[in-house]
Design a protein around this ligand. Structure first.
Ligand code: NAP
Length: 312
């Protein structure tokens, strides 16, 4: 029979690795299952300057490598597998993957969420080189530069307002002539002198040598295209995409309570099923950052520990 772990952690981003570390330190048997590379979104982030204590100029992958090593040091076992189905009710939970079945007394779901790409030509080449999906992470790099934001929902408009604290000018590019964002948020944006709007417009292509220097936008009503170039003095501009996220939660549809595809928890990371916790970007929460993901993972692991101790 398969080993029954005290804790199974699904996902090896900051939330999952912090959960593995805390569970391991509590002398629980813990298995971390990850389908790809460790780190989730920060595995593709060049520079992280807002994680407390992070060494200046140090990269996302090196931060993640240290988190992985730390979890391993405290006894977290690892397996690389893609989980295809789950049975979460009852005292022993079962996760069925492509390579095998895994049993745990508790499960911490830390599968993350990924920003939807803008969907323009050459996008991949400029992610981290002018294109960003995180204003909190990258706004400071665009101090006094011009910045464009794609999207018209709450995130796009709120993040555009945040970006005005850094950028010289922020233009919201929206595919319709009306914002989707809540009226109260819209009103603030319309009053902000640094924000301009480019209506009925989509980004078709981005261009540049190393960094983003130009883009082709298209008016969807007239079909007219226009080339936007960085100011000569600047040489570059920023392009932020906020057209929604894709949470990695399809595995839990109809099983865990969700809101817009994100798993609902209480402040202690409890889901609607006893012994099942969610941590990090997969949760309904207000700030999706490495520091909040790691904190969630720590809380979830300690809650799993309390749950197991009370069962004995
Ligand atoms: P969202 O509400 O789904 O808005 C996405 C925006 O991106 C929409 O304006 C949409 O245009 C546009 N869009 C979608 N696909 C596109 C594409 N392929 N090309 C160009 N534009 C595209 O996403 P969100 O702003 O991330 O918000 C997600 C949820 O979180 C929402 O329910 C929101 O209310 C909530 N939220 C709340 C707050 C808050 O209350 N303060 C803050 C952030 C998020 P269309 O309008 O034309 O569809």
């Amino acid at each position: 029979m398969s080993k029954i772990y005290d804790v199974i952690v699904l996902g090896a981003g900051p939330a999952g690795l912090a959960a593995g570390l805390y569970a391991g330190r509590s002398r629980l048997s813990v298995l971390i299952i990850e389908k790809g590379q460790d780190g989730g979104q920060i595995a593709i982030t060049d520079e992280i300057e807002n994680y407390p204590g992070q060494v200046e100029g140090d990269s996302g992958p090196s931060l993640i490598a240290r988190m992985t090593e730390q979890a391993k040091h405290f006894g977290a076992e690892r397996v690389s597998d893609l989980i295809k189905s789950v049975e979460l009710e009852g005292d022993v939970k079962k996760l069925v993957g492509a390579k095998g079945e895994y049993l745990g007394k508790t499960v911490i779901v830390a599968t993350g969420a990924f920003p939807k790409p803008i969907g323009c030509e050459n996008e991949g080449k400029f992610v981290g080189k002018g294109i960003s999906f995180c204003a909190t992470c990258d706004a400071a790099f665009f101090e006094d530069f011009e910045v464009f934001v794609v999207g018209g929902g709450d995130s796009a408009v709120e993040e555009a307002m945040y970006l005005t604290k850094f950028a010289r000018k922020v233009t919201i590019i929206h595919r319709r002539d009306q914002l989707r964002a809540a009226k109260s948020i819209q009103e603030k944006a319309f009053k902000n002198p640094k924000i301009e709007f480019m209506w009925d417009t989509v980004v078709e292509r981005v261009e540049g040598e190393e960094m983003l220097e130009a883009m082709i936008v298209k008016n969807v009503k007239t079909g007219e295209t226009k080339r936007i170039e960085a100011d000569e003095e600047d040489g570059i501009f920023g392009l932020f995409g906020f057209i929604g996220y894709n949470p990695n939660s399809s595995l839990f549809e109809g099983i865990l309570d969700m809101e817009y595809g994100y798993i609902k928890t209480d402040d202690n990371m409890h889901t609607n099923i006893e012994g099942v916790y969610a941590a990090g970007d997969i949760r309904v929460k207000s700030l999706r950052q490495v520091v909040t993901a790691a904190a969630d993972g720590a809380i979830a692991a300690m809650q799993a520990e309390h749950y197991l101790a009370n069962k004995e």
